[in-house]
Design a protein around this ligand. Sequence first.
Ligand code: PGA
Ligand code: ZN
Length: 412
Amino acid sequence: MSKITSIDGRILYNSRGSDTIEVDIISENKFMGRVCAPSGASVGKYEAVSFPENSPETGLRRLKENAEKFIGLESSDMTAIYDALKSIDPTPNYSKIGGAVAFAVSIASAESASRAQNQPLFQTLSSKSNFKSPFPLGNILGGGAHAGPGTPDIQEILVCAIGAKTVRDAIKTNLLVHKELRNILESQDPHFTNGRGDEGGWAPKLNNEKALELSAKACENLGYTLGQEVSLGVDFASSTQWNTKSNTYEYSRAGFENSPAEQIEFVSEMIKKYKLIYAEDAVHEEAFEEMAELTAKFPDTLITGDDLTVTNKDILANAINLKSCNAAILKVNQAGSLYDAMKFAALADHNSIKLITSHRSGESTDSHITHIGLATGSKMLKIGIVGGERVAKLNELLRLSEHDLICGMAEV
Ligand code: PGA
Ligand code: ZN
């Protein structure tokens, strides 16, 4: 038992250099949890807002004004923390205090509890007695909302070392593919600047098809066969392209448009040609039926909702009813608090929806989501490949793989 004795916060910077909120929660005057919130660039329409009125200061001020609501609560009592947050902000999307505050308060409280219990956070968050390491899923090439003009319209090409037997092998393999892709990009374009997008994937001047072709080549140059040692994935982030007026997907950089039927064809061709193990938001965030078409068509690919499901339990329930996906992204700050996210995870688990715990494009150097990925039984951890804020999470996965309770890799 450890009761919260203090709560405080401050404005810090995230990996994009934008303001964000960090919260410190101390239990029994000595056990501190400290969490700095991330934020997205290609945000879903129905996710929790990051900051009230777009102002981190306002979120922080409202937290400080209500600090006494948390004092005396059990730091391990996720429901009590959630109730306190809801007493300050009853809105469904945390529009009064912001998802950043909900994220930081709820995870800092759990971390403080884990310190008091003298155990790692993942253990505090789950009653399981054994855990599997999720496979790191990393961005090797980026475009869309994460990179500038000239880059592909599709947001992320990802690699996952599905044949790896250990976390170290999985991380190393992803790193090798990322490096080999740079060699290829340099040889194709002598003017390639080695520029990278927000999540560390290369940001070359390429169209969608060529970007995938070169990503596949990077894997093949290393002697890997797609679908065996490694697989590729794509986050289409299709809501970025979706135009609600014309009802088409506008690939403005490549210069074409897809009708909803053509989009399914476009995605299907890529899944088949590159044996994609992973396809995220392949259609826009309200196209539940079209997602269901893809889910039925590709049972061996993780047809994944991100903007579609926004870590929202009610939206996931709808997606489950309509068989819209077989996998879902878990981003705590989309849901708001850790309590909301764990409810989402439980519903996913109950319905055999595979979870992928994910970073945001604007990240902190924290590594709590690595623990959350383990505790929720996530199959993959989408946490990037390079960049300090990404490596912090990968390194934590390596450290945790030494723990007695973690045996082997997840089954994807
Ligand atoms: P975001 O995007 O963090 O910029 O919202 C990441 C994603 O779409 O997966
Ligand atoms: Zn996404």
